[in-house]
Write a protein that binds this ligand. Structure first.
Ligand SMILES: C[S@@+](CC[C@H](N)C(=O)[O-])C[C@H]1O[C@@H](n2cnc3c(N)ncnc32)[C@H](O)[C@@H]1O
Length: 344
């Protein structure tokens, strides 16, 4: 199988900005050893390849244009997934999942939500992206949770909630391993019905405002991917309190926010980029625009907005409800992952 993509080079030495393209390509060629597929060296790696478009997009990240790769490997899905990894020598142990992409065996995923349901969740209708991004998010969440807790996520009869499950983009990869204790909820009742009819687990519609339909201290783990990226501060504060309520003492919360990585990925000009960074540093939580992806499917579509969070804001404001807050920048692609716990 031939895989192409990009992975930023590790900057070494970091202080030389004057290399010609051929010198830069030669400098990073030794990094082709960073790639593995299913834990083994691939049949062939071509890295780095020059990608001028990446320099345009990531003008703030040095040598981003020397990021292209082609990897050739045997097509194999042990346990249902092909794991393509590009290691970084500086990645801390808890963030190691960020180095891997997971391609699910398509034969196990023939029953998929239609293009409109997928669009409401990820803003595009690309079915391949739905599958490999969903699998990669799911496996990275699993890895971060296990590193944070020091215990496996699967096979322990845990009660797990996917808060904002959408049409099961992530749930389809986690629910089978978790078993009967898997739950999902969403304000988009049509997508909840789709999940209930097609995926293992229990699914319930919920509202934009709390409460959730579960008693206090129900869940061992709650995750929510790209929900706090859409809620204003007032809603966020109420939801932090509510998620704490339904979490068991010692339970783990994993949610994503947009931070610096999302700013870098946003394709902003230097002026816009610095303006957003400054505003974020001043305000902590910034609503940048409205989002119309859920129009016609939820009660308060005008309350569905696009939001950025600063690290300081999270540490300061979220500590009211949760302890041991850990932030993994860019852990789910453009999203930062926040892990936190409810004190026993
Ligand atoms: C960007 S989508 C992500 C969906 C899913 N987590 C995923 O990653 O595929 C955001 C989802 O959050 C849901 N949502 C927004 N506010 C919510 C709330 N207060 N409670 C539950 N779900 C909410 C939306 O309906 C939408 O499905």
């Amino acid at each position: 199988m031939r895989l192409t993509g990009w992975a930023l080079p590790e900057l070494s030495p970091p202080d030389d900005d004057t290399a010609t393209p051929s010198e830069a390509l030669a400098r990073y060629a030794a990094q082709s050893g960073r790639f593995t597929v299913n834990g083994r060296a691939p049949l062939h790696v071509d890295y780095p390849q020059q990608r001028p478009a990446l320099r345009e997009h990531f003008w703030q990240r040095r040598d981003a244009e020397y990021s292209g790769f082609t990897v050739i490997a045997d097509l194999a899905y042990p346990d249902g997934y092909m794991e393509v990894r590009c290691a970084n020598s500086t990645t801390e142990a808890m963030a190691r999942g960020r180095e891997s992409w997971f391609l699910p065996d398509p034969a196990r995923h023939t029953d998929l939500p239609d293009a409109d349901r997928r669009y409401r969740v990820i803003g595009n209708r690309d079915v391949n992206g739905f599958l490999w991004l969903g699998a990669t998010d799911a496996m990275r969440l699993k890895m971060a949770c296990e590193a944070y807790c020091g215990a496996p996520l699967f096979g322990r009869n845990l009660q797990v909630l996917d808060w904002g499950v959408g049409c099961g983009r992530i749930a389809r990869h986690l629910a089978p391993g978790i078993g009967d204790g898997f739950h999902g909820c969403n304000i988009d009742a049509d997508n909840v019905s789709w999940c209930a009819a097609h995926l293992p687990g229990r699914f319930a519609p919920s509202k934009l405002e709390p409460p959730l339909p579960w008693p206090d201290a129900t869940f061992d783990v709650i995750y929510g991917v790209s929900v706090f990226t859409h809620l204003r501060r007032e809603w966020e504060q109420r939801w932090l309190a509510e998620l704490r309520r339904v979490l068991k003492p010692g339970g783990v919360l994993m949610v994503t926010v947009h931070g610096q990585t999302a700013i870098d990925f946003a394709g902003l000009s230097p002026t816009e980029h610095h303006a957003l960074q400054d505003r974020l540093a001043r305000e902590g939580l910034v609503v940048t625009s409205s989002n119309n992806q859920l129009d016609g499917f939820v009660d308060h579509p005008d309350e569905y907005v696009n939001v950025f969070h600063s690290p300081d804001y999270i540490e300061r404001e979220w500590a009211t409800w949760f302890g041991r807050i850990v932030r993994l920048p860019g852990y789910l692609f453009t999203h930062d992952l926040i892990l936190a716990t409810k004190a026993p």
